[in-house]
Design a protein around this ligand. Structure first.
Ligand SMILES: [Zn+2]
Length: 281
């Protein structure tokens, strides 16, 4: 894929983007790491532990003090470079919590970075100082239960919560559609000027885009309810009807998102499950 791998992209004063070479059906061109600040910086989403990506980050940091290495969540395309980069820079790993696996059952799957060990966890509204400017955690569960966005000045680093190239995958058991919708609504009520996501281009009309995403999910929910209204139906048949022309590599993810909608509808008493089939309640 033709994309600016290992190239330093200065997006605005104090914001540099560096693309890791991990393109896929889920990551688009790859994971975008951000270097935020001027004399003292923070790294947001260090990305996969690819040696050339870590080297490119160290080059871009260029000897400046690193206040923190921040992870929005612990998918394997986001957090594995945190520890090697901490070893290179001496900076602490701060940000999202590791998944609390034992407390809530088997939430993790192969896409999770089980080795993630933060030095300090940020909770909603907590902030840290980066060269005199705060970076504030904005808890946005949904894509994963531990997802955080990071606010800096009037920008928001949105990780996988809001992306510039595709809707976000929400797959149970860790992904939760009701939480995701609530987190979208939380962003809609903020006044950020621009979103910098981990995948895809920057979002320059945040409020409008967030409203569009909320509308898209509500449309999907109505679509699923309508299909179920026609009689008992299983998830693969819902996917086939609701996602025409879907990239076959994304079938499982689409099934996960449909399941996330169904579990939310079930909690709200609108649908029922009978084996693998779903019916109206
Ligand atoms: Zn993710």
């Amino acid at each position: 894929m033709d994309a600016p791998y290992a190239r330093i992209e200065q997006l605005e004063p104090g914001v540099v983007r560096l693309l890791a070479h991990n393109p896929s059906a889920f990551t688009f061109t790859g994971t975008q790491s951000y270097i935020v600040g001027t004399d003292c910086v923070a790294i947001i989403d260090p990305g996969p532990a690819l040696p050339e990506h870590i080297e490119a980050l160290v080059q871009a940091i260029d000897g400046r003090q690193v206040a923190a290495i921040l992870c929005t969540h612990t998918h394997r395309d986001h957090s594995p470079a945190a520890r090697p980069l901490a070893d290179r820079t001496g900076a602490p790993v701060i940000g999202c919590a590791p998944l609390a696996l034992e407390a809530v059952g088997p939430r993790a799957d192969a896409s999770f970075d089980g080795d993630y060990r933060p030095d300090h966890v940020l909770h909603d509204g907590e902030w840290l100082d980066v060269g005199g400017t705060p970076i504030t955690a904005v808890a946005t569960p949904g894509h994963t239960s531990n997802h955080l966005c990071f606010a800096w000045r009037d920008t928001l680093f949105t990780g996988d919560h809001v992306m510039g190239w595709s809707t976000t995958v929400v797959v149970p058991p860790d992904g939760d559609m009701a939480a995701y919708m609530a987190s979208l609504d939380k962003l809609r009520q903020r006044q950020d000027r621009i979103y910098y996501p981990a995948h895809g281009p920057a979002v320059i009309n945040p409020q409008q885009y967030t409203r569009h995403l909320l509308g898209h999910r509500m449309h999907r929910e109505r679509q699923i309810l309508k299909l179920i209204g026609g009689g008992a139906i299983e998830i693969p048949d819902i996917v086939a009807s609701a996602y025409p022309g879907l990239d076959p590599r994304l079938t499982a993810a689409a099934g996960g998102s449909v399941l996330a909608h169904l579990l939310d509808l079930e909690r709200r008493g609108l649908v029922e499950r009978q084996g693998d089939a779903w019916t109206a309640a």
